[in-house]
Every structure is written in structure tokens, then in C-alpha cells.
Design a protein around this ligand. Structure first.
Ligand code: GLN
Length: 514
């Protein structure tokens, strides 16, 4: 059975993914499509509603993105947001121009609560605005349903045609009642029932994977990260022992991580699948010996990973399917689906193996946002600590050791990191900080321990808060916690005599060190 669907028509706005996420949080499935998508293609998807996004352009500039007016005649409800609102007015005979006062930030807006969109919204509500243009004159057939001090037409509707428009951004958290408005749109205006739920997703995905794979054999590179774990469990539930998971222990994982992955996915764990752990630590260390350049290290690790994986795949022989843990933001950011300009190369470690003999790729998480992958993981019974695992870079500790990587240094950083994680968790801060870890600086410095001069390494601690990992703030950890961690590390980890805390944000620094 097909899910109800809302289509977000992307005009190049910054928050297109956010709109889709918010709609899905209302339990309605939502996909992003570029404004270049053909009307016929939109119609063929039978959306229950369409949302036009914001965008950087001005509608009165002839070179700006636009859409055929026929879309307003389909009888499908449409909500225009910011640029989308302006475009709707412009196309339907209203007038858009440069605003005498541009609005940016949180603005108080008066809304008509006797309308579908603003049902149960406070009559005066804070909305986030970001526009230079404004709607000077609404299009015929519309009525104004909200205004602010400097924006006479902050929202408008033509109920008979199912057309709605808002100048502000309901999708961002700075609009506290925005989610309510989006929910009103999908439920009250579009008449959705809310059939997008992770338990049914899990069930129907397992059924369709089973149908697709048939008697075929499936191969999966398991990293222990959330995405590949959830993808593997879906396939295991669908086809059991027809699935082989190869887990490459690079030696660059966090303390005990390899064993943790094995405990869940190995023969002692709860899932039916063939689990192959390749202990390739030595191979990685020997390739990395003497290498100090960060990019070279990344490349070596990525390539070696592929080589190891290929060797295992050759032993298995031809398979029918290769599983990839691609998720929806990867799809959108690689230029498919929306207007996103962030072009990411393939997100999986080092790209696709060249010599694995398979017929087809399966990407069971291709339509999910990260939060949804996590929910699906919990539905599937994957342990909480695995599902809520912090982001961990593909090259692992290889890029948390500045300069040359050696087994001794890996051990130092593993131990220091384990201490830090333990103390952050026991201070109850693990859910408030988005990412935190220890890195080994390549710096030696003089210290004194037991009356003896030392000349040892410095560990750097990093902890950040962020919502999207694109920008981040250094977390203000309590001094007491930092002191305790520093003390334990210096005492428990040989050859470390100094602990530093990184208080730079991103930008200008990155979250990882290399
Ligand atoms: N570029 C348009 C304006 O400045 C729309 C902005 C937006 O969609 N955020 O008004």
C-alpha cells in the first residue's frame, strides 16, 4: 500500500530538508522535488498536498525559478512558504516588490485563528522571518489571514482553491507554533490521516525486501554505525542467513568497539545472519606507518578498507545484492531530489568497491532522515547505545591522532577517550552534548610526575553542541568534570602528562582534528 505523500517543491531554500522532516514528524510521508520537476511527474505521485519552499531569488526577476500556473488547478492543496508564497501571489495576479522594511529574525505576527492553518495557534505568535521582498498586493480570490507590524500580508488563503501562503518560516524551531501550522496544513487542509509510522515502515520494508531478494544472496559492509546497523538488521529480518555482513576491524575504532559490534551481530547475538569479522589492524597500521598528512591518511584508510572488503567478498563469490546504508540527506545532498548545492561524494568509507561481484544495490534507508533511522533501529530492537551512538568518522581514530598513527598512539587515545566518555556519562551530560571525544595531539611537553621529569604527550578533549553538525559550539563543560577527566587520564594513560580542552567553535575549527 502506498503512503500518503506531501511533495516539497524546492526553490532553493535553505530549509527544504527541515520542511520535509517536520511534515514527517506529523506522521505524513514527504519528499523533496526540484522546481524543475515536470508537472506530469508530480501528478503521477498523487500527492495529498504540495509545499513551495523559500528561496534566495526575487520572483519579479525574470531569471528566478518559477513553475507552471497549471499546478494551482490540480485541486491539490498548496502551501507557499516565503519565496513560495511570493511566487504563488506573483503567478496568480498579485504584486511582489522590495519591502520598505526588511524583516529578519523572530517577529510577532497576528494570525486569524478562525482559519484552518491557524487553528489552535495563539492569536499573536512569534514567527521567524527572513525576507527582503514582500507581498504588496495579494492575488484575486485570496484573503489576508495574518500580518505583522511591517508585513501587511504575512499569510493569506483562498480556501476554495486550497491555496495557502505564509511569508514566515513555519519549519524552523524559531517559529514555536510552526509545527502546529504544518500539522494543520497536512491534516485539516490536505485531509491526511497520518500513515507514516516507523513500526509500519519497518514491517513493510521487511516484506518488500523479502520479495525483492527472493532466494538471492546479500552482502553488507557493516561499520557498527547506526545506518549500516539498521540496514543490516532489516535485511536479517527479511532474509536471515542469505545475508552476509563483513565487519572490518581497522584497529582505529574506539575502545572495545569491535567486540561490541561482534556481540550484537556475531553468532552470540540475537540476529540471524552470517557475520565475518576481519581483524585487519596490522594491515592498516603498516600502511599508515610514517604517514603524517591528514588527506593521505584518510585516503589510505578508505582504500585499505575497500581492499579488505573486496578480498572477503571474493571469498564469498558472486552475490546478488550489495547493501548500502545511504539515507535521505545523502540523496538530497548528492543533488537528487532537491535544489541543494552541497554536493557530497559518496558518503560511505572511500566509495564503492570496484571488484565486488553483485547485480544490484539495495538501499533500504534511502528515504529516511537520521531521526527516523534511529526510530526504526529501536523498533527493530537494536540496543539503545548503538542506535544513539555518536557520529564517528569513517577513518576513525586515524584522524584523531595528529601526525603518524601507531598502535601505541591508538591505545593512548582509546584509553583517554574511554575515560572522557565514562565521566561525561556519569555527570549525566551525554545526552546534552552532541559529540565529545579525546584526540591525541602530536605535541610533547615537559611535565613532572613522582618528582621525575617527563616528556610526554598531550591529549586534547573536544565536546560540542550542535543541531546539524554544520556549525557547532564548544560545550561549556563544568570545570569540576574537566579536572576529574584530566586527572584520571594523566594517571591512567601511560605517556600522557597534559590534557587540553578545545574551546573553538566550528567555524573556524572543524569538529574533528584532521
Ligand atoms: N528572496 C525572497 C525575499 O528576500 C524570499 C526569501 C526567502 O524565501 N527566505 O523576500
Amino acid at each position: 500500500m502506498e503512503n500518503e505523500k506531501i511533495i516539497v517543491l524546492d526553490f532553493g531554500g535553505q530549509y527544504n530538508q527541515l520542511i520535509a522532516r517536520r511534515v514527517r514528524e506529523c506522521n505524513v510521508y514527504c519528499e523533496i522535488a526540484s522546481y524543475r520537476t515536470d508537472l506530469e511527474e508530480i501528478k503521477a505521485q498523487h500527492p495529498k498536498g504540495i509545499i513551495f519552499t523559500g528561496g534566495p531569488n526575487s520572483v519579479y526577476d525574470p531569471a528566478s525559478p518559477t513553475y507552471t500556473k497549471e499546478i494551482f488547478e490540480l485541486g491539490i492543496p498548496i502551501l507557499g512558504i516565503c519565496y513560495g508564497a511570493q511566487l504563488m501571489m506573483h503567478l496568480l495576479g498579485g504584486r511582489v516588490g522590495r519591502a520598505p522594511v526588511r524583516e529578519y529574525g523572530k517577529i510577532e505576527v497576528q494570525v486569524d485563528t478562525n482559519t484552518a492553518l491557524f487553528t489552535d495557534v495563539s492569536p499573536s505568535t512569534i514567527c521567524w522571518m527572513s525576507h527582503n521582498d514582500y507581498i504588496e498586493e495579494i492575488a484575486p480570490g485570496f484573503t489576508v489571514t495574518a500580518h505583522s507590524a511591517h508585513c501587511p500580508a504575512a499569510a493569506m488563503q483562498d480556501v476554495s482553491r486550497g491555496l495557502y501562503a505564509v511569508q514566515f518560516h513555519p519549519e524552523v524551531l524559531h517559529t514555536p507554533e510552526g509545527k502546529k501550522m504544518l500539522s494543520n496544513f497536512v491534516y485539516q487542509v490536505c485531509g491526511c490521516h497520518g500513515d507514516w509510522k516507523m513500526d509500519t515502515f519497518v514491517e513493510s520494508t521487511i516484506a518488500s525486501l523479502r520479495a525483492k531478494v527472493g532466494n538471492g544472496r546479500v552482502l553488507c559492509a557493516l561499520s557498527g554505525g547506526v545506518d549500516s546497523s539498521v540496514a543490516a538488521v532489516l535485511l536479517s529480518k527479511a532474509v536471515g542467513n542469505q545475508l552476509t555482513c563483513v565487519f572490518v576491524d581497522t584497529g582505529l575504532m574506539r575502545k572495545n568497539e569491535g567486540d561490541e559490534v561482534e556481540a550484537v551481530f556475531g553468532p552470540e547475538g540475537p540476529y540471524q545472519l552470517h557475520f565475518i569479522r576481519v581483524n585487519a589492524q596490522e594491515r592498516f597500521f603498516s600502511k599508515l606507518a610514517g604517514v603524517t598528512d591528514p588527506e593521505t591518511k584518510r585516503k589510505i584508510i578508505g582504500e585499505e578498507f575497500i581492499r579488505v572488503f573486496e578480498e572477503e567478498a571474493k571469498k564469498i563469490g558472486a552475490v546478488d545484492f550489495l547493501v548500502q546504508g545511504t539515507i535521505y540527506p545523502d540523496v538530497v545532498e548528492s543533488g537528487l531530489g532537491g535544489e541543494s548545492t552541497v554536493i557530497k561524494s559518496h558518503h560511505n568509507v572511500g566509495g564503492l568497491p570496484d571488484y565486488v561481484d553483485f547485480k544490484e544495490i539495495i538501499e533500504p534507508l534511502r528515504n529516511l532522515f537520521k531521526d527516523e533511522v534511529r526510530q526504526a533501529g529501536l523498533e527493530l530492537g537494536i540496543p539503545h547505545y548503538l542506535v544513539y551512538r555518536q557520529p564517528f568518522p569513517g577513518p576513525g581514530l586515524g584522524i584523531r591522532i595528529i601526525g603518524e598513527v601507531t598502535p601505541d598512539k591508538v591505545q593512548m587515545v582509546q584509553e583517554a577517550d574511554a575515560v572522557f566518555r565514562e565521566e561525561v556519562a556519569s555527570a549525566g551530560l551525554d545526552t546534552q552534548i552532541n559529540q565529545y571525544f579525546a584526540a591525541l595531539t602530536n605535541m610533547h611537553s615537559v611535565g613532572v610526575m613522582g618528582d621525575e621529569r617527563t616528556y610526554d604527550y598531550a591529549i586534547a578533549l573536544r565536546a560540542v553542541t550542535t543541531t546539524d553538525f554544520m556549525t557547532a559550539e564548544s560545550a561549556e563543560l563544568p570545570w569540576e568534570l574537566l579536572g576529574k577527566v584530566a586527572n584520571r587520564i594523566v594517571n591512567e594513560v601511560p605517556h600522557v602528562n597534559r590534557v587540553l580542552y578545545d574551546c573553538t567553535g566550528k567555524p573556524p575549527a572543524t569538529i574533528e582534528f584532521e
